[in-house]
Design a protein around this ligand. Structure first.
Ligand code: AMP
Ligand code: MG
Length: 315
């Protein structure tokens, strides 16, 4: 049995790094984080941004004994930070909105599928039952977990942190900024009056891949070719169907969501992969300010509520 683990960053910033800009890069949340600010921005803003990333990484990392998630003990109310309460509240709200396609209770299942060997059906079923029996009650900064499911914020944390960083720069009076947290992209403001350009990797080696124009917007891609392993010729990717506990069987290779909120875009992109094209299109009807680019298994690229393209896109 051969295991290969691949990771692709599917959104490509096309703005290039110019003399009028300053960029710093660091490694957080298991991925590369890059921040570009105007040349005249106060460089200590980078330090503030990395400090925020450090705080959030510590708070949200389910593998760390010191994380805030680790404080949530079954049945006992735990005091968490305002941000942890907020991300858990958002995750719970969006889980309902996606009819359960987005579900932060699947940590144990992700771990099972991350092992070298495939989990057996019984083990999957047991982990799924534990996950489904887990509930969260959030009252202010008090969070009570009932049930022993392992909470996993991997499908929302990068989007949430992107929004907090954008807020930091906006409040500091930055006219523009580009944030890229492993493909969770947010463009604050614009580039000399024009939207920033962000290309989408359609995975089809297209000569002219679609290029989005973004201003004060996020674009987040989830896909089955981002993180996966091949075992005996079968692709096992990292997005779990909460109904089956298995990597989602879907007709989508990737879903890119464009929205004002990176948190929302992060969650919806993951949920769309679980749901597949038809149900994803249904889901997105609930979110009139959101647009999407879906890449189907057969290579077709379709859009929902046409995003702004700054090139022509083949549909
Ligand atoms: P993303 O890369 O944003 O699509 O998120 C995928 C990550 O979210 C995975 O690596 C898991 O940590 C977690 N995850 C997997 N399946 C789900 C799901 N159905 N709902 C919420 N989070 C998930
Ligand atoms: Mg996501």
């Amino acid at each position: 049995m051969k295991k290969l683990l691949f990771m692709l960053i599917p959104l490509l910033l096309l703005c290039g790094c110019q003399k009028q800009e300053q960029t710093q890069t660091a490694y957080f949340f298991d991925t590369v984080v890059s921040i570009t600010l105007p040349q005249d921005a106060d460089p200590t803003l980078f330090d503030e941004a990395w400090a925020l990333c450090t705080t959030y990484q510590q708070a949200f990392d389910r593998f760390s004994e010191n994380s805030e998630l680790a404080r949530l003990l079954p049945e006992i109310p735990a005091v968490v930070s305002a941000e942890t309460a907020q991300i858990l509240t958002e995750a719970t709200r969006l889980s309902e909105a996606t009819d359960g396609a987005f579900d932060i209770r699947l940590g144990d299942l992700s771990d099972l599928w991350n092992q070298q060997t495939l989990p057996d059906a019984d083990t999957i079923q047991k982990a799924l039952e534990v996950a489904q029996a887990t509930t969260l009650t959030i009252e202010g900064n008090f969070v009570t977990q009932r049930g022993a499911g392992s909470l996993d914020l991997g499908g929302i944390a990068k989007g949430y942190v992107t929004d907090r960083l954008a807020e930091l720069f906006r409040e500091a009076g930055c006219a523009s900024a580009i944030l890229n947290l492993g493909g969770n992209v947010y463009c604050l403001g614009n580039k000399k009056g024009e939207p920033f350009k962000v290309g989408i990797d359609t995975l089809m080696n297209q000569p002219n891949p679609p290029v989005l124009g973004l201003s004060d917007q996020a674009a987040v891609t989830a896909g089955v070719t981002q993180r996966y392993k091949m075992i005996n010729g079968v692709r096992y990717h990292h997005i779990i169907d909460p109904k089956t506990g298995m990597p989602a069987k879907t007709d989508l290779l990737s879903a890119t969501i464009i929205a004002d909120s990176a948190t929302l875009a992060d969650v919806l992109s993951t949920a769309c992969i679980v749901l597949g094209q038809k149900k994803a299109e249904e889901l997105l009807k609930q979110f009139p300010d959101v647009s999407a680019v879906l890449v189907l298994e057969n290579g077709t690229v379709t859009t929902v509520r046409d995003p702004l393209f700054v090139n022509t896109v083949q549909k």
